[in-house]
Design a binder for this molecule. Structure first.
Ligand code: RUG
Length: 816
C-alpha cells in the first residue's frame, strides 16, 4: 500500500471510530477514553468484515456446494479484536489511528472480555478448526450455544479455588450479531402418540410438548487475509410467550415471569466440567435444544435449494459431532425424516449414516456420556422410542452375524443395564456415523484395540485418526509477534498459510547470530511475562531462570502432583545443600478444577501451599519459585506460552487423548518434558528424540500395571527422596495450621493404589528433569533444540487437520 492510501485509510478509520463512539454508543468522543474507543474500534473493524461475511455466505448459495456443520457444545475463541484486525491486515493502520487519539492499541485490546464458552481443549480445538475452515475456504459453519455465563471466573483465596460468575455478556458484545428473524420452536417432554396414516401405516407424532424458542446469534470467523468469513451460529433460548397466559389468567404475575425465566435458563450457563456432568437434566435440555435448532436451520437451507428428494441430503450436508454432546442429533434426524418427511426407516437410516461423523476425545470411562433411559424417556419420549428401534435393528443384525454371542450383544448394545438402564451416547454416535475418529495416533489406536474393539471388528474401516492441530495465526503470529517477526526476517511469511515452511528454519539452528536473536526474543518475552506476574500477583520473578510451565485443567490424570513432588524434591535438595549447583527455576501452574472435583481443588491448594513455603524460605532465594496464576484462559495462555522454556506434558500414558497445549508450546520454541501419550508421541517424532525430554511408562506398561501387581507402597519405601516429599505433604509441613489437610492426596497414592501411576514414574521424571537442567546450562545447545522444535512443528497446523477432515471424512473441497 502506498503512503497516501495508507494515510487515507488511517483517517477514515479514525472518523469511523469517532462516529461509532458518538452515534452507536451515544458518548462524547472527547476526551478520548479507553473503554469507549475500544468499542468504537471494534465496531469500525466489524464494519470492514461484514461485507466479506455476506459475500462468503452468498457464495455458498451460488455454488450450491456441500457444507460442513461443525456441531460443538463448546467453543473457546479467545479475544476477537486482534484476530479480526490481523485477518484484515490492518494492524499498522489501527495502531496509528488510536495513537493519534493518544491511546495504545495493546491497552485497548486488554479491554476485551474472554468469551469462555468452553472448558478447555475440546472447545479451543473447535475454535482453531473454525479459523482453519475459514482460512482454507472450506464451506461450513460452527454451531453451538450462546451461554450467558461461560466457564466460571477463578480466583485464589488463601490458596483455594473460588468460583465466580463469568458474566461475559454483561455489557453486550460487539461481536455477537443477534438475528431475531431466525427463531425456531423447540419441543420437550410430552408423549409419543401412535396413529394410522391414510395408507393404514402405523406412525408416531410427538404431542403435548412444552416449548421454547431458539434465537440465532452469529459471530464472524475470518480467514487470514483471504476474504472468506465463516459463520459461527450460537443459539440463545427465548421464552415462547413472554408471559405464560395461564398464569396471567390466575392473576399470578410472578408465576408468569418465573416460567419465562425457567425456559430461558437453557442457555444460561456452561456446565463447568471437562468430563460429563452426569444425569443433569438441564444439560440434556441444552444438548437437545442446540441439536433441534441446528437441524431446523440445516433443513431450512436444504429446502431453499428445492431438492426433489432427501436422497441427496448427504451430498449437501456433512455433520461433524464434536464428542457425543450433540449425539442426540442422530435420533432427531431420524425423527424428522421418518415422522415429518414420511421416509421409510431404511431410507432415513441410510441418510443418517451418510451424514454424520463423530470425533471421540477421551477414553476415560467417567467422561463417556450416558443418559438414563428414564430421563430421555421423560424429556424426549419419541427419541427414546427411536433409540430403542435403532438398537433393536442393530442387535438383530449383530445376532445374525454372530449367533450365540450374548456377551457381544451386551457389550455393543446402546443400552447399558449394569447401573440402571442408561443410553450409551458413544455407541449411538458410532453406529449412526460413517466415520469415527480419534484425535492422535495413539488415541485412535486405543479406540480400535481396546475401548471400541468390538465395533471396529464389526465395521472395519469406520475408525480412523485425525491428529489435532492448532492455528498458527493465533498461537504464533498473534501470541508471539517478536518471534514471528524474527522468523519472517529469515524465511518470509509463507508459514502463516502453510506451516510446513517453518522447516526452513532448521538451516539456522546452529547459526550463532540467529541463535542470539532467538535468545533475545525469548528473553524479551520472559521479561514481559515477569512484568505481568508482578502486576497480577505482586510476586517478583527472575526472567533469567528456567521458566517451567504446567498449564491446563487440573486433573489427576494430568499429574500436576508429579510436578509438585519434583518441586518438593528440588526444594529439599537446595535446603540440604545436597546439590553443588542448581539451575534456578520458576514453576508456573495455571488451570481450573471442576467445582465438584474435590481432589483437584485440593491439588490447587497444595500447589499454592508449596509455593508459599518455597517462595518464603530465605534458604531458597531465587533458586526456586512457584507461582499459580489464577483464571487460566485463552488470553493468559497467549501471554504464558511464548515465555516458556519447558512445557510439562506428563499425563499417565494412554490417558490424554491428544493435548493441544503441547503443540502450542513446541511451536513457540519451548522444549517438552513428556510421556509417550497423546500427541506428545507425534511431536517427539517430528522434532527428534534429541530435542525432547522423554520419561515414564508406556501405555502398554500402564495397561499391564493396571492388570495387577503394581505396588506403590513398595516404591515409596524404597525411594528416600520420594518418601520424604510425601511425608512432608501428609504430616502438615505445607499446612501447619491443619496438618491432615493434604492426607487425601497421599492416601490416593499410597492407600488407594495410585491409579495414575505417579509413584511409578517419579524416579524417571526426576532424573529427566536433571537432564533438562543440564541442557539448559548450555545455551547454544538449548537454543538449537528450541529452534528445531519450532522448525519441525509444521504438521500440527489445524489447517492440516481440517484438510484431512475435508478430504477423508466430509468429502468437501475448498471454494475456489
Ligand atoms: O482431554 C482432551 C484432550 O486430550 C484433547 O486434546 C482435546 C481436544 O481433542 O479434548 C480434550 N477433551 C476431552 N475435552 N473434553 C473431553 C471429554 O469429552
Amino acid at each position: 500500500m502506498t503512503a497516501p492510501e495508507s494515510n487515507q485509510s488511517v483517517e477514515s478509520l479514525k472518523d469511523d471510530i469517532q462516529r461509532h463512539v458518538a452515534l452507536t454508543l451515544g458518548s462524547d468522543p472527547f476526551p478520548p477514553r479507553k473503554g469507549r474507543y475500544y468499542l468504537g474500534l471494534c465496531y469500525s473493524v466489524r464494519d470492514r468484515l461484514l461485507g466479506q461475511w455476506l459475500e462468503t455466505q452468498r457464495s455458498y448459495y451460488d455454488s450450491i456446494t456441500k457444507r460442513v456443520y461443525y456441531m460443538s457444545l463448546e467453543f473457546l475463541p479467545g479475544r476477537f479484536l486482534m484476530n479480526y484486525i490481523q485477518a484484515l491486515g490492518m494492524e499498522e493502520e489501527c495502531r496509528e489511528a488510536v495513537r493519534d487519539f493518544g491511546l495504545d492499541l495493546d491497552e485497548l485490546l486488554e479491554e476485551e472480555w474472554n468469551p469462555g464458552l468452553g472448558n478447555g481443549g475440546l472447545g479451543r480445538l473447535a475454535s482453531c478448526y473454525m479459523d482453519s475452515m475459514a482460512t482454507c475456504r472450506i464451506p461450513g459453519y460452527g454451531y453451538g450455544i450462546l451461554y450467558d455465563y461461560g466457564i466460571f471466573y477463578q480466583t485464589i483465596v488463601n490458596g483455594y479455588q473460588h468460583e465466580g460468575a463469568d458474566n461475559w455478556l454483561r455489557q453486550d458484545s460487539p461481536w455477537v450479531l443477534r438475528r431475531g428473524h431466525f427463531m425456531f420452536l423447540i419441543n420437550f417432554y410430552g408423549r409419543s402418540e401412535a396413529y394410522e396414516d391414510s395408507a393404514g401405516h402405523e406412525r408416531f407424532r410427538w404431542v403435548d410438548t412444552e416449548s421454547v424458542m431458539a434465537m440465532a446469534c452469529d459471530i464472524m470467523v475470518p480467514g487470514h487475509q483471504n476474504g472468506h468469513v465463516t459463520n459461527m451460529r450460537l443459539w440463545k433460548a427465548i421464552s415462547t410467550r413472554d408471559f405464560e397466559l395461564e398464569h396471567f389468567n390466575r392473576g399470578d404475575y410472578i408465576g408468569a415471569v418465573q416460567s419465562k425465566v425457567e425456559s430461558e435458563n437453557i442457555s444460561k450457563v456452561l456446565y463447568p466440567n471437562d468430563t460429563s456432568p452426569r444425569g443433569k437434566e438441564l444439560r440434556l435440555r441444552q444438548q437437545y435444544f442446540f441439536v433441534a435448532a441446528t437441524f431446523q436451520d440445516i433443513l431450512r437451507r436444504f429446502r431453499k435449494n428445492n431438492y426433489s428428494s432427501f436422497d441427496c441430503f448427504p451430498d449437501q450436508v456433512a455433520v461433524q459431532l464434536n464428542d457425543t454432546h450433540p449425539a442426540i442429533s442422530i435420533a432427531e434426524l431420524m425423527r424428522i425424516l421418518v415422522d415429518e418427511e414420511s421416509l421409510t426407516w431404511e431410507t432415513a437410516w441410510t441418510i443418517c449414516q451418510k451424514t454424520f461423523s463423530y470425533t471421540n476425545h477421551t477414553v476415560l470411562p467417567e467422561a463417556l456420556e450416558t443418559w438414563s433411559v428414564e430421563l430421555i424417556g421423560r424429556m424426549l419420549p419419541r427419541h427414546l422410542q427411536i433409540i430403542f428401534e435403532i438398537n433393536r435393528r442393530f442387535l438383530d443384525d449383530v445376532g445374525k452375524r454372530f449367533p450365540g454371542r450374548v456377551d457381544l450383544l451386551r457389550s455393543l448394545s446402546l443400552i447399558a443395564e449394569d447401573n440402571g438402564k442408561q443410553v450409551r451416547m458413544a455407541h449411538l454416535a458410532i453406529i449412526g456415523s460413517h466415520t469415527v475418529n480419534g484425535v492422535a495416533e495413539l488415541h485412535s489406536k486405543i479406540l480400535k484395540t481396546r475401548l471400541f474393539k468390538d465395533f471396529d471388528n464389526l465395521y472395519p474401516g469406520k475408525f480412523t485418526n485425525v491428529t489435532n492441530g492448532i492455528t498458527p495465526r493465533r498461537w504464533l503470529m498473534q501470541a508471539n509477534p517478536a518471534l514471528s517477526e524474527l522468523i519472517g526476517s529469515v524465511i518470509g511469511d509463507e508459514w502463516i498459510h502453510d506451516l510446513s515452511h517453518l522447516s526452513e528454519l532448521a538451516a539456522y539452528a546452529d547459526d550463532p547470530e540467529f541463535q542470539q536473536r532467538w535468545q533475545e526474543v525469548r528473553k524479551r518475552n520472559k521479561k514481559l511475562l515477569a512484568r505481568y506476574v508482578l502486576r497480577k500477583l505482586g510476586v517478583g520473578i527472575n526472567p533469567a531462570t528456567l521458566f517451567d510451565m504446567h498449564i491446563k485443567r487440573i486433573h489427576e490424570y494430568k499429574r500436576q502432583i508429579l510436578n509438585v513432588l519434583h518441586v518438593i524434591t528440588l526444594y529439599n535438595r537446595i535446603r540440604s545443600g545436597s546439590v553443588a549447583h542448581h539451575v534456578p527455576r520458576t514453576l508456573f501452574f495455571a488451570g481450573k478444577a471442576a467445582p465438584g472435583y474435590m481432589q483437584a481443588k485440593l491439588i490447587i491448594k497444595l500447589i499454592n501451599a508449596v509455593g508459599q513455603a518455597v517462595n518464603g524460605d530465605p534458604a531458597v532465594g531465587n533458586d526456586l519459585r512457584v507461582v499459580f496464576l489464577p483464571n487460566y484462559c485463552v488470553s493468559q495462555a497467549e501471554k504464558l506460552i511464548p515465555a516458556a522454556d519447558l512445557s510439562e506434558q506428563i499425563s499417565t500414558a494412554g490417558m490424554e487423548a491428544s493435548g493441544t497445549g503441547n503443540m502450542k508450546f513446541a511451536l513457540n520454541g519451548a522444549l517438552t518434558i513428556g510421556t509417550l501419550d497423546g500427541a506428545n508421541i507425534e511431536i517427539r517424532e517430528v522434532v527428534g528424540e534429541d530435542n525432547f525430554f522423554l520419561f515414564g511408562h508406556t501405555e502398554e506398561d500402564v495397561h499391564r500395571l493396571h492388570s495387577g501387581g503394581y505396588d506403590p507402597v513398595q516404591i515409596y519405601e524404597s525411594n528416600i527422596e520420594l518418601k520424604k516429599a510425601l511425608d512432608m505433604i501428609s504430616t502438615g509441613f505445607f499446612s501447619p495450621e491443619a496438618p491432615g489437610l493434604f492426607r487425601p492426596i497421599v492416601d490416593s497414592l499410597l492407600a488407594h493404589g495410585d491409579y495414575y501411576l505417579v509413584l511409578a514414574d517419579y524416579a524417571k521424571y526426576v532424573a529427566e528433569q536433571a537432564r533438562v537442567s543440564k541442557c539448559y546450562e548450555d545455551p547454544a545447545l538449548w537454543t538449537r533444540m528450541s529452534i528445531l522444535n519450532t522448525a519441525n512443528m509444521g504438521k500440527f497446523s489445524s489447517d492440516r487437520s481440517i484438510m484431512e477432515y475435508a478430504r477423508n471424512i466430509w468429502k468437501v473441497s475448498p471454494l475456489t
